[in-house]
Design a protein around this ligand. Structure first.
Ligand code: PBG
Length: 329
């Protein structure tokens, strides 16, 4: 880039002098339209249970969803994402609870659509909330079976669509799952259900608190490195995205977000597709704990989200969604 002019006739600080001029020259902005709110659901009645590993986040029983959905609706948060804490007794080696039409996610989708038909509802497609080994697919002799798993996932996606889910979000990282899900939805008259592919999902240590929140932490055998991406790689993320676009993804997710904003940027520069970032549980907990201990001011929340936006994200999944929506209103 050619720099025109020089000091002292040029002083970049002039455009930073007052709040009003900083607003005029701002290159990026964060609004409520950028926020996706994750919600954890659990079995039982009348309970809002604190999640210890994620201070400020709760697990809701289905009958207690009214308040949080009404709050999100009033704040105009466009989309909520549901994550189930499935009781241990319902988990097995093939995650069959994923296909139970009365499971937590199915009931939550119906309930949320009843409370407000105009708020978008998204649900993950993956088996980890339902397997007794904590993996996202079927485990056979230490191998996560790809083709057998995507078969089940396409049924899970269909079931969630039948319940009224707007956005199907495969977070499993099996090969070919977007294609088979798209085909299954199209064949069954769900042509307008969107697919948000977790295209670049890394095998990350930042997921710890989430696994605790859905009750898979102590169950997980080994790690997820044979299907989630290696954090040393970036070009590979572009191959993942290219394939998912071909298979019919409407938008793609990068996860985690802040440690991987370089990936968001290169996807944004390479493809004409909306890219979302997922500020995951470990990112949330680090920031939240530092604020609670007085080490960081809470403006750090907006700063972290602005970094993700600046890298090119159109929207961000964040456990701070409600706080932030209130703050920037
Ligand atoms: C699993 C899934 C994970 C998250 C969302 N969906 C964890 C994992 O892959 O083990 C993590 C979200 C977070 O940490 O906030 N399919």
């Amino acid at each position: 880039m050619k720099i025109l002019g020089k000091y002292p006739s040029v002083r970049l600080r002039r455009n930073r002098k007052y709040g009003w001029v900083r607003r005029l020259v701002a290159e990026n902005n964060l609004t409520v339209d950028d926020l996706i709110l994750p919600i954890f659901v659990r079995e039982g009645k009348g309970k809002i249970e604190k999640i210890k590993s994620m201070p400020g986040c709760n697990r809701y029983t289905i009958d207690k969803l009214n308040n949080i959905i009404n709050t999100a609706s009033k704040l105009k948060i466009p989309l909520v994402a549901i994550f189930p804490n499935t009781p241990g007794i319902k988990k097995n080696s093939i995650g069959s609870e994923a296909l139970n039409e009365d499971n937590l996610v199915c009931r939550a989708i119906k309930k949320i659509k009843k409370i407000n038909p105009n708020i978008g509802v998204m649900a993950d497609v993956a088996l980890d909330p339902y397997t007794n080994h904590g993996h996202d697919g079927i485990l056979k002799k230490k191998e996560i079976l790809n083709d057998e798993t995507i078969n089940i996932l396409s049924k899970q996606a269909l079931l969630q669509s039948q319940m009224g889910c707007d956005v199907i979000a495969p977070s499993d990282m099996m090969d070919g799952r977007v294609g088979i899900i798209r085909k299954t939805l199209d064949k069954n008259n769900f042509k307008n259900v969107q697919i948000l592919s977790y295209a670049a999902k890394y095998a990350s240590n930042f997921y710890g608190p989430f696994r605790d929140a859905i009750g898979s932490k102590n169950k997980l055998k080994g790690d997820k490195k044979t299907y989630q991406m290696d954090n040393k790689n970036s070009s590979e993320a572009l191959r993942e995205v290219a394939l998912d676009i071909k298979e019919g993804a409407d938008f793609v997710m990068v996860k985690p977000a802040l440690p991987y904003i370089d990936i968001i940027k290169s996807i944004k520069d390479t493809f004409k597709i909306p890219v979302f970032g997922y500020q995951v549980s470990g990112e949330y907990a680090m920031i939240k704990n530092s604020i609670n201990s007085g080490n960081l001011r809470d403006d750090v929340i907006l700063e972290s989200l602005m970094s993700i936006k600046r890298s090119g994200a159109s929207a961000i999944v964040t456990y701070f969604a409600i706080d932030v929506a209130r703050k920037i209103k």
